[in-house]
Design a binder for this molecule. Sequence first.
Ligand code: UD1
Length: 396
Amino acid sequence: MKLLLVAGARPNFMKIASIVAALDSHNLRASDRIDYLLVHTGQHYDEKMSQTFFRELDLPRTAVDLEVGSGTHAAQTAEIMKRFEPVLVKERPDAVLLVGDVNSTIACALVASKIVYADGTDASDRTRPLIIHVEAGLRSRDRSMPEEINRILTDALSDLLFVTEQSAVDNLRREGIARNNIHLVGNTMVDTLLRHRARAEQSAILQRLGLAGSDPDNQATLPYGVVTLHRPSNVDDPTAFRNILDALFTIGQTLPLVFPVHPRTVARIQEFGLADQCHMLAPHETIPETKAGLYFIEPLGYLHFLRLMSKARIVLTDSGGIQEETTMLGVPCVTLRNNTERPVTVSQGTNVLAGTVKEAIVQQALRQLNRPVNSKKPDLWDGKAGERIVRIMKRT
Ligand code: UD1
């Protein structure tokens, strides 16, 4: 079997890493190998948004780099499609595996669904690759989110759908997807978190930021929070963005907040003239012990970010994956959105939805800081999702 794995944007790399590890382990043991190639669309291309993750997560060299870069949704999606088609024609994989909900996911699903290998193949051969979607079925029911469109369409085109939580099974069934094609397997992002957790403990990020002593016998960590924010609905509209920043400055008076900033958010800070208010920590500057506030830093690599999250008192975010990671780490999470496509993080995990109104964000954050953490690991979030996916792919 020949499999083509596609990754393009930062959150894809953690998911692909678990599948690569499971494939490698399968290929070591079994005689029926699954040969795989990794395609990087280049949707994310900065060192800190891409290459760092390849090194830290032991991802193999990419066989093909489409180098599409940034653009409007239409331009980026179209460019990925144009560059992916010749790869499929050349490689003729039996299956294409896509993860998550970014533009790279839907672009490659569309190409794979319409390709015709044809010429001279007999009737039993596939005329197109099987389309496999990992993290299928999640729905925010908010169609103004580009990711929601990507999810719905990718799932509609997929032959094999691997899901992380029961709500996703229910969503897919409601949309008419055949039960036999849906498999609840757990969470590949959680696989990667569990696999790298011990290594992340070696990260010196807390010392670097002045949040923990450098003396190994005195590892006391000052209470702090972590922020991430990059959704277009939160940062592209100046009023919404200022409102959220106001909330963060207010919470920052209670405990220091560390904010590794996404390139989209950096661009908006400049554009809206907010740079003077947003203090970017210089490379050797630390967070003063006695001074709370909101501290902006460059995007972090996987291990540093995992370490930073795992010791935080609270995480405020509009990311999808971080809602899941905080649930696994037992760290209170405040989601700066009105909805989530990952409801299990609210019903069983540490997550609350605060919306984007200043007062509600501050209120939810203070409540989260003052209540005991009470979370239960969702079913099958046990580090074995990648293995289950490989096992099911083998027999399909
Ligand atoms: C994308 C995904 C989003 C995911 C996020 C994770 C879509 C629709 N959105 O959003 O679901 O949560 O990635 O980060 O696919 N940029 C750089 N360097 C990079 C990449 C981007 O500077 O390596 C800048 C560019 O100015 C670009 C902007 O960031 O225009 C946004 O990048 P883009 O890939 O369009 O979307 P994200 O906001 O990153």
